[in-house]
Design a protein around this ligand. Structure first.
Ligand SMILES: CNc1ncnc2c1ncn2[C@@H]1O[C@H](COP(=O)(O)O)[C@@H](O)[C@H]1O
Length: 325
């Protein structure tokens, strides 16, 4: 799926200066070919402008969404166009208006998974917030996403792990603006699908909203039933309070932190690896090591990724790639 023009260019300025045959140096081709784990992808934040455009076109053809502008015209074209305040309204004001029935949710899920696979992601933890819309309940939303994920996990494309494209697991998010009962419903849904693709729960949403202490019962129930926990924390200075920190730490989360949504900020995971290589002077083996360390903190076994990493390292050895770029 084509990425937003401009953003990629801007963030990978140096990469275009490197010309090489694939895998001989750390460049765009290398970081794409490197098998990777993406452990922090928000489904609705990872939809490309092109896919949103396709969803918009379908609606317009049906005579719906006539007041909504074409996503190709209104989605930010570079990260400089978005900040933490202008970021969250993009979902309610725009993206969610295009994702409000089973068909559109599944179309977007398919496209997001395909984009990650094309970027060399072999293990994906996709987080998403079970969301009610005019035509879907929270349960129907999860069912819709779950079906697509199931199809991807079953599709091997070949006999061996190496042939398989991508393994996908789901993390269901509690949004900070939810009422405690809604958070309980998210945990119920996560528990219902635990064992088949749902591996954890997440706390996300606009950091200036909500009182996280009200989610403690739901989150502790999820943990007690064996779900993993990841949380967004301290995204804006005002919320990095002692109370919020001690509450979140009392939940004993497995992972903290976040990365930027690729659909909005336009930097795919491969590009983040390239930026790390450029800024920290990392070589090929360092990047393989980074990917292995991500593989060591996944919420489920990532056998396909590990097999692919072994093969990738064999290829590097055969090509006698120096640990420098
Ligand atoms: C930049 N960092 C972030 N911090 C906190 N929450 C974020 C986020 N990026 C995305 N989301 C959360 O994920 C939702 C979109 O995906 P889903 O509808 O769940 O698939 C957003 O509404 C927001 O609540």
């Amino acid at each position: 799926m084509p990425r937003t023009p401009g953003a990629d260019e801007q963030r990978t300025k140096a990469s275009s200066q490197i010309t090489s045959t694939p895998l001989s140096v750390v460049d765009k081709a290398f970081v794409k070919a490197l098998p990777k784990a993406e452990l922090h992808a928000h489904l609705s934040g990872s939809i490309s402008a092109q896919t949103l455009h396709e969803l918009w076109e379908r609606r317009v053809t049906k005579g719906e969404c006539l007041k909504l502008q074409d996503p190709l015209d209104v989605m930010p074209s570079s990260r400089e166009d978005v900040n933490i305040v202008s970021f969250f309204p993009i979902f309610d004001g725009y993206i969610y208006q295009l994702l409000n029935d089973v068909e559109s949710i599944q179309y977007a899920t398919e496209s997001v998974i395909a984009d990650f696979a094309r970027d060399g992601v072999a293990y994906l933890e996709l987080r998403t917030t079970p969301r009610e819309s005019l035509s879907t309940s929270r349960a129907a939303y999860v069912e819709a996403v779950h079906q697509v994920v199931g199809r991807h996990n079953l599709f091997t494309g070949g006999e061996s792990d190496q042939d398989r494209g991508i393994e996908v697991r789901l993390i269901l998010s509690i949004d900070r603006s939810m009422a405690p009962e809604q958070a309980e419903e998210v945990v119920d849904l996560a528990l219902k699908h635990k064992g088949d693709y749902v591996v954890g729960v997440d706390l996300c949403g606009n950091p200036i909203k909500g009182d996280v202490t009200s989610f403690t019962p739901a989150i502790l129930r999820a943990k007690a039933q064996g779900l993993h926990l990841t949380v967004h924390f301290a995204e804006v200075p005002g919320t990095a309070t002692e109370l919020e920190l001690s509450t979140i730490l009392s939940w004993q989360p497995d992972r903290l932190g976040h990365t930027d949504d690729v659909g909005i900020f336009g930097s795919p995971l491969s590009n983040e690896y390239l930026l790390a290589a450029m800024n920290f002077d990392l070589g090929a083996q360092d990047l393989v090591g980074l990917s292995r360390s991500a593989a060591s903190i996944t919420f489920a076994d990532c056998r396909v990724l590990k097999t692919k990493l072994d093969r990738f390292e064999d290829t590097l050895r055969l090509a006698d790639v120096p640990d420098q770029h």
